[in-house]
Design a protein around this ligand. Structure first.
Ligand code: 5GP
Length: 205
């Protein structure tokens, strides 16, 4: 058990912005815990069950919804994606900082239920970088790239719902900025609620 309570933060970003690399580095360097989502999307080459996602059939996923096992879920380009609840809550209780790498609809649902969650959106310097990165990655065909670009355009209309917007121009700088934001989130009044309450009790307030 750590001496401070863990925080929950959400990292979202347009498809192709480099979220995976950024999250991977944050976990490796600073020990953040990443929530592993369930999805009905098929694994990409190199992806592993229980590492990248828990891969589910639509029936299995809908069963998880019914049993209220998910903290949130959303449909993204024809597939379900959702965050298993118990794992995240347990990690926070144990003092670990948990990162959810999820899309916007799910992020806003989590914020409604847990207002103290920090919403961070990662953007590229310019839109053309996204298509270029998706083409280079080679995991989606041209039609799917167009669909993902259209989804990013939609998400761009609602960026003001996020607490922080970080530009991924220089990868190192982007990672450093996100880590600093997460450190500061520990000290927001919402995350210090219990400590404030203890102090007030000591003052007999
Ligand atoms: P991808 O197919 O590229 O792995 O993910 C597609 C989108 O789904 C990304 O924007 C990713 O952040 C989002 N995503 C991944 N897991 C979850 C989840 O558990 N819930 C929600 N709402 N979105 C997720």
């Amino acid at each position: 058990m750590k001496d401070r309570k863990g925080i929950m933060a959400i990292l979202s970003g347009f498809s192709g912005v480099g979220k995976g690399t950024i999250v991977g580095e944050l976990v490796k360097r600073y020990g953040y815990v990443i929530s592993i989502s369930a999805t009905t999307r098929l694994p990409r080459d190199g992806e592993k069950e229980g590492v990248n996602y828990f891969y589910k059939t639509t029936e299995e996923f809908e069963d998880m919804i019914k049993k209220e096992e998910l903290m949130e879920y959303a449909k993204y380009v024809d597939n379900y994606y959702g965050t298993p609840k118990d794992y995240v809550l347990k990690q926070i209780e144990n003092g670990n900082d948990v990162l959810l790498e999820i899309e916007m609809q799910g992020a806003l649902k989590v914020k409604e239920r847990f207002p103290e969650v920090a919403l961070i959106f990662i953007v590229p310097p310019k839109v053309a970088d996204l298509r270029e990165r998706l083409l280079k990655r080679g995991t989606e065909d041209a039609e799917m790239i167009d669909t993902r670009m259209a989804r990013s355009k939609e998400e761009c209309k609602y960026l003001s719902h996020y607490d922080y917007v970080v530009v991924n121009d220089d990868l190192e700088e982007c990672i450093r900025q996100i880590h600093e934001i997460l450190e500061a989130v520990h000290n927001t009044k919402d995350n210090q609620k219990e400590h404030i309450q203890r102090l007030q009790e000591q003052f007999n307030i």
